[in-house]
Design a binder for this molecule. Structure first.
Ligand SMILES: Nc1ncnc2c1ncn2[C@@H]1O[C@H](COP(=O)(O)OP(=O)(O)OP(=O)(O)O)[C@@H](O)[C@H]1O
Length: 514
């Protein structure tokens, strides 16, 4: 019985994401329908927090309410809304049903109800069927009861979150429970354990006033993470000023950072404050800090050491109070060894170093992010539905993403345009295939340095790295495939791969699959 199962779950200890998944899974099993979705309202959009029966990228999509008339209709009333077969309004899940991966079948029958916490709307529950037989009257009649169960679970999650936040505030270091993805101000998509661990760590460091050094490959989201640190810090009320150290011409760096007084150089026609002053009380984000020339490094160091700056051409010191967050895609420690970066500045910036993992180590986040970008493009280009074929999903998961999330964003936008130019009709369900994605898998391998006849020492180092990555990529695919063929049963995967269960657990964690 549905209600019994939900009450049993309420009595157990679960992280929020698991609670929500179990709730949706229980409703799905009980109804035996096509799909169930629990969507939370965040501003003008609905964000799926748990789905069952839909393709994995659904979790990354953000459904703009004005663009989805069915969702708007569900939100507009507190009683159940039934869209019978043949209803002309497009369904947000058209083409996203997992049971019809080969064929982009539209949803036929849809039921929805808005969910409330007290008088405040929280979001919606949606039930979809792919059969042309409408939901029976008995299900429609039980919708308020099902909604009440959902509301109870949501309320419990909220109370548990508040409790956890209180613990965190009193510096009782709570264990990671995997709910970082549901932050109100979320812009950061992903649920992989590596990302959730990182967000948890950043939330703790945000609270301190320590300088943070974010390092990682291009496009991994360093700037996005810097913004999150700022937003969650006690300096959130003051600005975060962004300085792209790679884009500043050497001759202007000093004046940009510290400002100048009238007449300091030809062209200085008036007094002007610099970025340090603009960031006073807030955060100065030094992006691509590894590109700063040595001379500018010395000046920056002096400002950080003394907590004061001088405008160019002035001898009056000005006190500034800024927190520094720096980012780099270079290996700064290596640059220090090579004499390109000052060791003293490096130590000042890297009080709290945060390596940001590349996309290929974030497991299924690639599909969630793909879903997020698919939905953005669907809206932008006016498609009824924009989805990935199973082969396209596999291609995205197998690719090594040297340009990380930025590259994924571009790949999806390009693929959508390519589909249009190849004749896709916007009023149909448009399915992106590997040929639309056009991922350059061969050249990515070449880029990563695999070359059988390279025998010079640096090349050997690179090859070892590339080989490790290729092996990990293979392991990731193998585990994912075996998992899919074993109904997500890890014990069965361990048996099939002839691995000890605890070794499989460790390996899956290292590969970002758990
Ligand atoms: N987890 C995420 N969810 C949604 N969008 C993301 C995520 N991570 C990155 N992005 C998007 O990917 C793009 C690249 O991110 P960002 O500029 O923060 O990367 P970066 O590491 O600072 O790159 P670079 O080193 O090249 O400056 C941005 O458009 C950003 O919004």
């Amino acid at each position: 019985m549905l209600v019994h199962q939900i009450i049993r779950d309420i009595a157990c200890e679960f992280p929020r994401a698991v609670r929500e998944e179990r709730l949706v899974g229980a409703i799905h099993t009980w109804l035996n329908c096509g799909a169930v979705g629990l969507l939370k309202q965040a501003g003008e959009s609905l964000t799926p927090v748990a789905v069952s029966g839909l393709v994995p990228d659904t979790l990354g999509r953000r459904f703009e309410i004005v663009k989805h008339p069915r969702l708007a209709a569900i939100l507009a009333q507190r009683t159940p809304v039934h869209f019978e077969p043949g209803n002309p309004l497009p369904d947000p899940y058209d083409g996203l049903l997992a049971s019809h991966l080969g064929e982009p079948l539209p949803v036929h029958d849809c039921l929805g109800i808005s969910l409330y916490l007290g008088d405040t709307c929280w979001g919606v529950l949606t039930l979809d069927s792919v059969d042309e037989i409408p939901f029976p009257r008995s299900v429609i009649d039980r919708m308020p009861e099902i909604a009440a169960c959902c509301e109870a679970v949501i309320r419990l999650c909220r109370l548990e979150d508040e409790n956890r936040a209180l613990h965190l505030a009193s510096r009782i270091d709570d264990e990671l429970t995997g709910d970082g993805h549901l932050d109100e101000n979320r812009e950061i998509i992903g649920r992989s354990p590596v990302l959730l661990r990182l967000l948890h760590e950043l939330d703790i460091v945000a609270d301190s006033d320590l300088p943070v050094l974010l390092s990682g490959e291009t496009g991994v989201g360093k700037e996005l993470l810097a913004r999150r640190i700022h937003r969650k810090s006690s300096r959130a009320h003051a600005p975060m000023i962004h300085v792209n150290c790679a884009a500043l011409p050497e001759s202007l760096i000093e004046s940009e950072l510290f400002g100048h007084v009238k007449g300091a150089f030809s062209g200085a026609v008036a007094d002007r404050s610099g970025r340090f002053e603009a960031a006073d009380g807030g955060v100065l984000f030094l992006d691509e800090v590894g590109e700063l020339p040595l001379i500018a490094q010395a000046k920056l160091l002096r400002a950080l050491q003394n907590g004061e700056i001088q405008r160019l051409g002035s001898d009056k010191p000005l006190k500034v109070n800024v927190r520094i967050i720096a980012a780099t895609n270079r290996d700064l420690a290596e640059q220090v060894r090579g004499g390109e970066f000052r060791a003293d500045l490096y130590h000042r910036l890297s009080v709290y170093p945060v390596p940001v993992p590349p996309l290929r180590q974030r497991g299924d986040d690639v599909l969630l992010l793909a879903g997020y970008f698919l939905e953005l493009n669907r809206t932008r280009l006016g498609f009824r539905s924009l989805r990935l074929s199973h082969q396209a999903e596999q291609a995205l998961c197998a690719y090594s993403w040297p340009g990380n999330i930025r590259e994924l964003e571009h790949v999806i936008s390009r693929a959508a345009l390519r589909a249009v130019s190849q004749g896709a009709i916007r009023t149909n369900i448009v399915t992106l295939e590997p040929r639309h994605l056009d991922l350059d898998i061969v050249s990515a391998q070449e880029q990563s340095g695999i070359s059988p006849d390279a025998d010079e020492t640096p090349a050997i180092q690179e090859n070892i790295h590339a080989m490790k990555e290729a092996v990990e990529q293979f392991q990731r695919q193998l585990i994912r495939r075996t998992l899919a063929n074993s109904n997500d049963n890890w014990a069965e995967v361990a048996r099939k791969l002839e691995l000890d269960a605890s070794n499989l657990h460790k390996l899956a964690k290292r590969l970002g699959l758990k």
